[in-house]
Ligand binder design. Structure first.
Ligand code: BG6
Length: 506
């Protein structure tokens, strides 16, 4: 690995680069969008950083009649289109694309498997990983043929992309099919939120500081809010209408965030230590029964806007004709309660939606009011502290606290923000989630991947909500594109005497 991809005139993108072992990464679904938009750009950055070199290979697999050249062209175009210009370097790109090759294989065709087998190197020192960026209904034949054709070996890893089922039963089926070939410690279930730098930073914030942990419980915290708002629409994405926001965002990304906020401190950052704690949180979630679904959940669907300056289609208008009238939710707000000592009495309000007012993801820890105020004669009542963890964009942490307004004129209290803006504090490019996750697979580190029992516990909580909605004849509430969701979402939290935090500088 002497000759690294890093060019002298390009700033290193991370301080500590630990090269990984040489690998054969087989990507099923190589002609798809995920490969172009996420996997290739992520691998390019890791290559540019010198984390691997052209001794490693990326082998695309799909039904399309492509060849090595076409795969390499695709890799080149993906870099041109999805990697920031400042990181383009002709020589590095040439070397990077030379890692790519391609095998035609429609999964059930034995010849395709023989070609793939011939490309894989037998050396046990070379890590072998299979990335399944395909529909989960072909996970089973893929795993079966991997085993039958000798592509599988006990040290190989398999990476599973979402959606991993549409309910508990289907996810159990998928997991069982994979488990017939791969042992759980070979399986890497991707939830790309766990690869986000700021999400990992939640662990650092909680467990690398003494400050927060003693007050991280319902004695001091009134409630927690988790919001993931997007401005993009969803109706033209074929898969979305089958899924809806509950399955697409809550079951995975948002419940994972909730776990990281709520879990007990694990004994170490070893994968199973962390995953055991997350699982306990999922199992402690109060079940949402049919009787209470309406009280603790709100689903919405956006309607369009048309004015002189803007025109945004409604979800219904975006849908193809055969789907019109769909009740699929593009927005969800939920009140989740965790039934354990730490969180009893401090609910988690979670919400996510498409076509919202702005794109932002944040976690708000709302602390309780001070128990007694000595400032009765002061101007401005003390407000409860709040810790806002912004995951994207403008990653950072903000602590809302009270100070005395400086100067004469008696005691005047003012709320100020202690603001740690990561982009200012850290003079480095923030790696994309997939960069970390793709190479964690090669390192054999499962910490940031979901274990089977976690995934199933998440479905177990989500399924009854879905069922209650499906049994209801009520459509989702409407909200106007570009707003914060239906009024029902505001009512959901206001009924408890609380308010959604709507940021102040987005
Ligand atoms: C995906 C969902 O998992 O996450 C998409 O399927 C969503 O609907 C996306 O847009 C959001 O990811 P990010 O990283 O843009 O917040």
């Amino acid at each position: 690995m002497a000759d690294r991809g890093l060019q002298a005139d390009i700033k290193p993108v991370a301080r500590r680069i630990i090269p990984v072992r040489i690998f054969d990464y087989v990507v099923f679904g190589a002609t798809g969008d995920l490969t172009r938009r996420k996997l290739i750009p992520a691998l390019y950055h890791r290559f540019l950083d010198g984390q691997f070199d052209e001794n490693s290979r990326i082998i695309g697999v799909s039904r399309s009649a492509w060849d090595d050249k076409k795969m390499q062209q695709t890799a080149r175009q993906a870099v041109a289109e999805f990697v920031e210009k400042e990181f383009h370097d002709k020589k590095t790109i040439d070397r990077f694309v030379s890692c790519f090759s391609y095998v035609v294989n429609n999964v059930t065709d034995k010849n395709g498997w023989a070609d793939l087998k011939a490309k894989l190197r037998d050396d046990e020192e070379i890590v072998r990983a299979f990335y399944l960026a395909v529909a989960p209904d072909i996970f089973e034949p893929i795993c079966k043929y991997l085993a039958e054709t000798g592509c599988y070996r006990p040290s190989a890893r398999v990476v599973l992309e979402k959606p991993l089922g549409h309910d508990l039963a289907s996810s159990q089926e998928i997991n069982a099919a994979v488990a017939r070939v791969f042992h759980e410690d070979q399986v890497y279930r991707i939830d790309h939120y766990l690869g986000k730098e700021t999400v990992q930073n939640l662990l650092a914030l909680r467990f690398a500081n003494t400050l927060f942990e003693p007050i991280w419980n319902s004695a001091h915290i009134d409630h927690v809010q988790i919001s993931v708002a997007e401005t993009v629409g969803a109706g033209s994405r074929g898969y979305y209408d089958e899924s809806g926001a509950l399955r697409d965002m809550i079951q995975n990304h948002i419940l994972q965030l909730l776990c990281l906020v709520a879990m007990e401190p694990p004994a170490s950052d070893e994968a199973n230590a962390l995953r055991d704690e997350k699982l306990k949180v999922l199992r402690a979630l109060k079940p949402v029964t049919a009787e209470v679904t309406d009280k603790v959940s709100v689903r919405g669907q956006y309607r369009g806007v048309s004015s002189e300056n803007t025109s945004v289609k409604s979800y219904q208008e975006e849908l193809p004709d055969d789907k019109k009238g769909s009740h699929t939710e593009t927005f969800v707000a939920l009140k989740a309660e965790i039934e354990n000592w730490r969180w009893a009495g401090a609910p988690f309000y979670i919400r996510t939606g498409k076509r919202m007012a702005t794109r932002m993801s944040e976690i708000v820890i709302q602390f309780r009011d001070i128990p007694h105020s000595i400032f009765d004669n002061a101007e401005g009542a003390p407000r409860a502290n709040k810790l806002v963890i912004r995951l994207q964009p403008d990653e950072g942490v903000k602590l809302y606290m009270m100070i005395k307004d400086p100067g004469p004129g008696g005691m005047r209290l003012r709320e100020v923000h202690l603001n740690l803006d990561f982009s200012q504090a850290i003079d480095e490019r923030m790696p994309e989630a997939y960069e970390r996750l793709l190479l964690d697979v090669i390192r054999g580190n499962q910490t940031l991947f979901m274990r089977r029992d976690e995934l199933e516990a998440a479905w177990r909580w989500v399924d009854p909500i879905r069922e209650a909605w499906d049994n209801s004849t009520e459509p989702p509430q409407n909200y106007t594109a570009g707003t914060w969701g239906p009024t029902g979402s505001i009512a959901l939290i206001e009924r408890d005497g609380r308010t959604w935090h709507e940021g102040d500088d987005y």
